[in-house]
Each structure stands twice: as C-alpha cells, then as structure tokens.
Design a protein around this ligand. Structure first.
Ligand SMILES: Nc1ncnc2c1ncn2[C@@H]1O[C@H](COP(=O)(O)OP(=O)(O)OP(=O)(O)O)[C@@H](O)[C@H]1O
Ligand SMILES: [Mg+2]
Length: 267
C-alpha cells in the first residue's frame, strides 16, 4: 500500500493544479478544493483507469470547481468537484432531505455532500435516458463527478448567456422542451434553469448543473417548475423571442403528463 506521500507524488505528475509553479492565491484555492479526501478519490479514479490526467479549471465557484480532464485515450471529460464546506452542506440539505431517493441521509456533512454528488449523477442519467441533452455521466465517487466534456478542441462550450443567437425563438423552444420533456419523460424538474446552466455546443443547447433537480412528485415541484419557466421566459423575452405565457407552459407541462398517465391506464 503506497504511503500518502507516494500517492501525492503520483498525483503531482497528473494533476496540473498540484505543481509548485503556482501563485499563492491559486494554491490557496486549490487547497480548498483538493483536500486530502478529494485527492485520494482522484487517486482511486486514476489507478482504476477512469481518469488519466487533470488539466485546467473550466470554472471555479463557491461550492465546487469543474476541471478539464482526460482519460487514457486522451479523450476529454469534465470533472466536477464539490467543496465539502459548511456552506455547500447548508445549501444542499433541503434538496436531499426532500428527495425520496435519498431517505436516511441526514445530518453528516460528508454523507450529505456525497449524496449530492450521487444525486447529480442520477439526475443526469435520468435526463439522458429520457432523451434530454445533458453531459453523459461517466462515474462518481465521494464528492467527485465525472461527465462528458461539453465543448471542442478550442475549449469548453459557452453558456447560453454569452452565446449570440441567430434565432432566439427557435432556441427558446428547444430550452422550453427541456422543461416540458424533463417533467413528462424524465419526471424531473430542474429547479435552477437559467442562461447560466445551458451550454451551447455546435449551436445546440445542453442542460447542465442538475444536482438540485427534483422528481416531479416533490411537494414543491410545481413552484420549481414555475420558477424555471419564469427565468427562461425572462431571458428570452429580453432577446426578442416570442415567449409563451408562464401559465400556458405550466398547463401544457402538467396536462401533457396527465394524458400520458390516462393512456397507460387504458392499456
Ligand atoms: N460537462 C461540462 N463540460 C464543459 N463545461 C462544463 C461542464 N459542466 C460544467 N461546465 C462549466 O462549469 C460551469 C459550472 O458548472 P455547474 O453549473 O455544473 O456548477 P455550479 O454548481 O453552478 O458551480 P458554480 O457554483 O461555480 O456556478 C458551467 O457554467 C460550465 O461553464
Ligand atoms: Mg451552474
């Protein structure tokens, strides 16, 4: 069994952020993300052949960072590392406690953040199986989630907010379909849908940041649905798209899934 120092030396060769030629500020941020437990999780991914190397940070946020990583075939992946901080714990708790899929996870900060990582993985799987374009989930362990990289050789895909649209109404319809099909086919409501959580790859929108998505039987699901539609309508209205009134979209979303239930009862 290699010692911690030996493992660290192994990691240093493969994780760009661990090299010493970095500024004080950068190292401080890295220290918060790459705590000992996280490093050991990454070590396991590497020795398990899932990740080969970790390169630049795509995004650094309060609750986690997303890194560009590669597998042994040098194929790109995105690695999202959740910070195991008290603030992350506080934010995610209600979403975990309200989700029947995570019964029994309570109190413990680590357990809660691990459940959160698992939850985002499962939500991505569920969206993907329902045909909604999301990054394909690849693996997860502890606070680390590995998924398909959205972008190309020149870098990560831009967020919808920074993307110059030719036809805002067409894009609006596609993003709206994430809400409607998400509810009807994946039985999920995203809960944080905005121009920040949609990436554009080859002109096509892709839904990301699915950790807080709840099943549509959650007591608060309709409020989350209304909020998602409101955010999306607000953004697209500002871009000159023909937006559909919130109430109409809500009805279509919820009534559409009723039809589906009635049909399957008749069968
Ligand atoms: N699979 C991916 N491929 C490429 N870029 C990604 C991917 N996932 C996330 N990103 C980039 O990282 C950013 C943050 O990811 P995400 O929205 O999932 O995390 P977050 O919880 O909102 O983090 P933050 O608190 O930093 O906003 C995204 O806006 C996007 O630019
Ligand atoms: Mg986000």
């Amino acid at each position: 069994m290699p010692s911690y120092d030996e493992k660290y030396a192994f990691l240093e060769k493969r994780v760009d952020a661990l090299r010493t030629n970095r500024t004080g500020d950068e190292r401080q941020t890295d220290g918060q993300v790459f705590d000992k437990k996280t490093l050991m999780t990454i070590y396991d991914f590497m020795t398990g052949g899932v990740i080969d190397s970790i390169h630049y940070p795509i995004s650094t946020g309060k609750e986690g960072n997303v890194f560009y990583a590669e597998n042994e075939d040098k194929e790109p992946m995105a690695l999202k590392i959740f910070r195991t901080s008290t603030s992350t714990f506080k934010r995610v708790t209600r979403y975990i406690e309200g989700d029947p899929r995570f019964k029994g996870v309570a109190g413990n900060r680590w357990k809660m953040i691990y459940a959160w990582t698992n939850k985002e993985y499962r939500n991505l799987q569920r969206y993907s199986e329902a045909g909604i374009p999301v990054p394909e989930p690849i693996a997860f362990d502890k606070n680390c989630l590995l998924m398909e990289f959205i972008g190309n050789e020149t870098g990560p895909a831009p967020q919808l907010k920074d993307y110059p649209m030719d036809d805002p109404t067409e894009m609006y319809d596609e993003v709206l379909s994430f809400i409607i099909d998400g509810w009807q086919d994946a039985h999920l409501v995203h809960g944080d849908l905005s121009e920040y959580n949609v990436l554009i790859q080859d002109g096509q929108p892709i839904l990301i940041d699915c950790g807080q998505a709840m099943t549509n039987d959650f007591f608060n699901a309709k409020d989350l649905l209304a909020r998602d539609i409101k955010n999306v309508n607000h953004f697209f209205k500002g871009k000159g798209a023909d937006v559909i009134p919130i109430e109409t979209v809500i009805e279509e979303t919820i009534d559409g899934s009723k039809d589906e239930e009635e049909e399957s009862e008749e069968e």
